[in-house]
Design a protein around this ligand. Structure first.
Ligand code: HEM
Length: 189
């Protein structure tokens, strides 16, 4: 970390805004596709931040500082709650437009999100490192993810109905089976 400002630093340069705003490449003719892409990309950016926080929580637990770990994980919970609102935005997508986008994306699906898979995996590291002092923070984090899964399921139900998912799963029944699966089942619901 440096205490002196880089010479010539600008907001657009620091945030690499031109590159960031050039990253939405629609595959369909739907003018709704940027919303769809931005909602997914925003999720992946926050997944990146979440992975960092979960790692930090584990390090703080291993260093014997459960209070710091609980505060760090609470920030993660706030991020997951924010993601629920990203889905609220996506839920305003008209179903007919979703069909146009869906036809263009082939078998691409967020089921293939490696960061999401890693987050689920890291939850096991978290559970292994945590003592009873972290139970409340773990439960809050788990609850937030359950809200996310139920919100995601509701959107899928509205937009997909009884069609299969783009990844080829049964779609809504697949997500219904996964929605109640807790990250930390040993804590109770
Ligand atoms: C248009 C709204 C959406 C619909 C209709 C939808 C639908 C689905 C469906 C049907 C699946 C099951 C896999 C498949 O067959 O494709 C799935 C999985 C998944 N979706 Fe979405 N999704 C939407 C938006 C999002 C967004 C914005 C994200 C954020 C990254 C996301 C993240 C995920 C994840 C992580 C999985 C895997 C879940 C698991 O492994 O249990 N979805 N989605």
């Amino acid at each position: 970390m440096t205490t002196t400002a880089e010479p010539g630093v600008t907001y657009e340069g620091h945030t690499r805004l031109a590159e960031l705003l050039a990253l939405q490449t629609p595959l369909s003719s739907s003018e709704e596709e940027p919303f769809f892409l931005i909602a997914h990309q925003a999720h992946e950016l926050w997944f990146k931040a979440l992975l960092g926080l979960v790692d930090r929580t584990v390090s703080e637990l291993r260093a014997g500082d459960p209070a710091a770990a609980a505060a760090t994980l609470a920030r993660g919970t706030a991020i997951v709650d924010l993601l629920v609102h990203h889905l609220d935005v996506l839920d305003t997508l008209p179903a007919a437009e979703f069909e146009v986008i869906r036809a263009a994306v082939g078998s691409a699906s967020a089921l293939q999100s490696r960061q999401y898979a890693r987050l689920r995996h890291r939850a096991q590291d978290l559970a292994a490192a945590a003592g009873p002092g972290l139970a409340a923070a773990l439960r809050d984090y788990d609850d937030a993810w359950e809200r996310w899964r139920r919100r995601h399921l509701a959107t899928a139900r509205r937009l997909l109905g009884d069609q299969r998912g783009t990844a080829g799963t049964t779609g809504v029944p697949f997500l219904e089976a996964r929605a109640p699966q807790r990250l930390f089942p040993d804590l109770g619901g």
